[in-house]
Design a protein around this ligand. Structure first.
Ligand code: ARG
Length: 458
């Protein structure tokens, strides 16, 4: 295709150079944003008298037809075009003739691509937030179901204290709530309009940048035109926010993999989200969870690619920046798929409370409650802690657990022990008593669920 920019050079580039330079395969997905941006630009050109009002209307109509044709599949993006901006402008000029050539007045591809990227990523940010919300809703529903199901809580992956499965699930909901906040904060900085920065220096035409920003639903025009075309912070920031979402999904995936193992057996993932082995007939593998965990590395790669691509760039636009889209689009696509898959796994998994209870019954996870019992009888916590530790060690020696150690044996460690000790160390009781704000008691978990549901409804 003849280059729109042929002039200073004859535009007859080497075929390999053309292919190397082209970004159409990546940026074609921004065609709607590109056309919307051009419509706002044409409207501004007409409004300010830079072109005639009738010309602006004709450009807008022409752009609308291109949009409709692309949406309907009547027009295909030319894979030989340099990028989506050149493609749309070329089609417009083919269709409208001379008038089409006026669209690019007081504009450059530098501010155009910055605008398109922001519009596209603004939509993606909303889409991702919506999917995070869906996952949180799934976690809340399952947490409600299991708000009194006792399981061992872990530190150092060693059984630590009894918690409820609902409490554990709600912890992930909290992480994801922060993700939504981060995304909505990032959205504010995405939603600033660079259009009208032109190549870098602004323009001599009497443009109205605030008009364009408003037309596009953006908060305001950026203050500095060099910044308008140089800034890709919004890509980095979004990639970082997505990387954090992925880190959260990866931690959840890791737990699902562990919980679904024979060793734990705390959950059974639905057949719909597991695979079999090609050789071992007994296998049910948590591939989806593993893939989410694996894809986290790839999204971190996207973030690091962006940071590295930008770190040595002088102002303003440099072609290096064309590389931004492949990674930020990949990060968006990946996190969306991972969020959907994770919500599916959570909604369809089956917990196995009996397995959780068995695991909770071993490992002395009520030892803290034993110490607390002694404190309730007037002992200082440090002494109570020591005595409880000795009792645990005694149990290990004689092969019993705190629940099965006879009262006489308890009394040898301290005269304050009475028959009520067995209620104090009962796992359900241990969990029920942890009613502190944010604690693991079923009523506290119910309060967490209610609070989170209210937040995501907003
Ligand atoms: N395809 C380019 C990109 O994605 C558009 C901007 C081109 N600007 C330029 N001065 N060559 O970055």
């Amino acid at each position: 295709m003849a280059k729109l920019w042929a002039g200073r050079t004859d535009g007859r580039t080497d075929k390999a150079a053309d292919e190397f330079n082209s970004s159409i395969g990546i940026d074609r997905r921004m065609y709607r944003q590109d056309i919307r941006g051009s419509m706002a630009h044409a409207a501004m050109l007409g409004e300010t008298g830079i072109i005639e009002a009738g010309e602006a209307d004709a450009l807008i109509d022409g752009l609308q037809t291109i949009l409709d044709d692309l949406d309907a599949g009547r027009l295909a993006v030319d894979p030989g075009a340099e990028d989506i901006h050149m493609f749309v402008e070329q089609v417009l000029t083919d269709r409208l003739g001379e008038l089409g050539k006026k669209l690019h007045t007081a504009r450059s591809r530098n501010d155009q691509v910055a605008l398109d990227s922001r519009l596209y990523l603004r939509d993606e940010t909303d889409e991702i937030s919506g999917r995070v919300r869906e996952l949180i809703a799934a976690l809340c529903d399952r947490a409600e179901e299991y708000k009194d199901t006792v399981m061992p809580g872990y530190t150092h992956l060693q059984r630590a204290q009894p918690v409820t499965f609902g409490h554990q699930l709600m912890c992930y909901a909290m992480m994801l709530l922060r993700d939504i906040e981060r995304l909505s904060d990032c959205r504010k900085r995405i939603n600033i309009s660079p259009i009208g920065s032109c190549a870098l220096a602004g323009t001599t035409y009497p443009t109205d940048r605030a008009f364009e920003a408003e037309k596009l639903g953006m908060e305001k025009p950026c203050l500095n035109s060099i910044d308008g075309v140089s800034d890709r912070d919004f890509c980095v920031e979004l990639a970082a926010d997505i990387a954090i979402v992925m880190m959260h999904l990866s931690r959840l995936s890791e737990e699902l993999v562990l919980w679904a193992s024979w060793e734990f057996g705390f959950v059974e993932l639905s057949d719909a989200f597991t695979t079999g082995s090609s050789i071992m007939p007994q296998k049910k593998n948590p591939d989806m969870a593993e893939l989410v965990r694996g894809k986290t590395g790839r999204v971190y790669g996207d973030l690091v690619t962006l940071l590295t691509m930008l770190k040595g760039l002088p102002l303003a636009y440099n072609k290096d920046m064309q590389e931004d889209k492949e990674c930020i689009f990949d990060a968006c696509d990946t996190v969306k798929a991972c969020l959907d898959i994770t919500a599916g796994m959570i909604r369809t998994m089956r917990a196995r409370p009996e397995r959780m209870r068995t695991a909770a019954g071993e490992g002395f996870i009520n030892a803290t409650d034993l110490a607390d019992y002694l404190v309730s009888k007037g002992l200082p916590f440090r002494d109570a802690y020591k005595i409880s530790g000795r009792i645990v060690s005694e149990c290990i020696k004689c092969g019993c657990v705190l629940e099965t150690l006879p009262l006489e044996a308890y009394k040898e460690f301290s005269p304050v022990f009475g028959p009520d000790v067995f209620c104090a160390i009962d796992l359900d009781e241990c969990v029920k008593r942890r009613t502190s704000f944010g604690g693991t008691a079923p009523q506290s978990v119910a309060a967490q669920i209610a609070a989170v549901r209210e937040l995501i409804a907003k």
